[in-house]
Design a protein around this ligand. Structure first.
Ligand SMILES: [Zn+2]
Length: 320
């Protein structure tokens, strides 16, 4: 593998491949969660490298692509193609094919729900193919500078110029695209400090970014401003924004969801936060809290993906 190039691009900047060198350089500190944490980033990348990209047609010319990191929404029409999130660079060929199958319209607009690599790694090539990139202002800051995600034990270099959003906003932004009303809204700190929702008004479709993971425990990025309380607040905002007919696109997990499933996610977060907060208040250490299995009632349903029960308990413990 081309390690030099890997060091210079976000896409290839993978501590798990070159950890020895960086340990010597002082970038990599030994920590107990490392094996698990490095597994997370590589697992998502490795999975994207071999995953087919599957298209689910929703309504009003809106589809969702599954199989390259976060779920990607696509709106197709006379103004071209609008994407919500851009997946991982290794999926470029498969995403290109899936987009071509949706129509011949050129790429026009890419909205980033937040800065994480499994949503924004595709920025560079999508921009090169013609997409203007819009995001919340903190997302641009994160993409433009070195980021360390402590709980992944992972450092990301600044993105190349073409991958940086050219238009940002603070709280809200709305636009018309091929006649559709598209609403972008900042959650406040939630999964990171740059998360936004994207609403397709007439179609009644909501893309939640990573404030909602369908049927799986979510990652929470404390290193860039996320917290369990922020995730719960975002879940409440999501619930307030939908009705029983809304199609909800989660950041991860089964890509076509609904209000009832979102409610279960929110209730799971609240129950586990309360369980973990109680243990912490009693003076239990983080490891003792994990050993007490405060997520036990939820593990069979939610604990089957990369964020396992112990990892999720530690993430919640950090924020209570
Ligand atoms: Zn994320």
């Amino acid at each position: 593998m081309d390690v030099q190039r890997g060091l210079l691009t976000r896409r290839g900047f993978c501590l798990c491949c070159i950890g020895g060198g960086f340990a010597a350089a002082g970038w990599l500190t030994p920590r107990e969660a490392f094996a698990e944490a490095r597994g997370l980033v590589s697992l998502i990348k490795d999975s994207a490298a071999v995953s087919p990209v599957k298209t689910h047609k929703l309504r009003n010319n809106i589809s969702v692509l599954e199989g390259s990191g976060g779920n990607i929404a696509v709106l197709t029409g006379p103004d071209g193609k609008l994407l919500v999130d851009g997946g991982i660079g290794v999926s470029r060929a498969r995403i290109t094919r899936a987009l071509a199958d949706l129509g011949r319209e050129p790429l026009a607009l890419l909205i980033n729900t937040h800065w994480h690599f499994d949503h924004a790694d595709g920025n560079e090539w999508l921009h090169a193919e013609g997409a203007k990139i819009i995001a919340q202002e903190n997302t641009r800051k994160h993409l433009a500078s070195i980021q360390r995600v402590e709980d992944w034990d992972y450092n990301f270099l600044p993105s190349p110029a073409g991958a940086i959003p050219s238009e940002v906003f603070a709280k809200e932004h709305s636009l018309k695209f091929s006649g559709a009303s598209v609403g972008l809204k900042y959650y406040g700190p939630a999964h990171t400090n740059g998360d936004i929702s994207v609403t397709f008004g007439e179609a009644n479709i909501l893309h939640t970014g990573d404030t909602y993971w369908n049927n799986i425990y979510p990652f929470i990025d404390y290193s860039t401003g996320g917290s369990i309380d922020g995730m719960i607040a975002a879940s409440d905002a999501n619930l307030a924004a939908v009705n029983n007919d809304t199609i909800i696109i989660p950041g991860h997990g089964t890509p076509v969801s609904n209000k009832a499933e979102l409610q279960q996610f929110r209730d799971m977060l609240v129950a586990i936060r309360d369980n973990v907060a109680k243990l912490k208040k009693e003076g239990r250490t983080r490891d003792e809290a994990v050993a007490a299995r405060p997520t036990a009632a939820f593990d069979a349903k939610w604990g089957q993906f990369v964020i396992d029960p112990g990892f999720f308990t530690r993430l919640v413990y950090e924020g209570v």
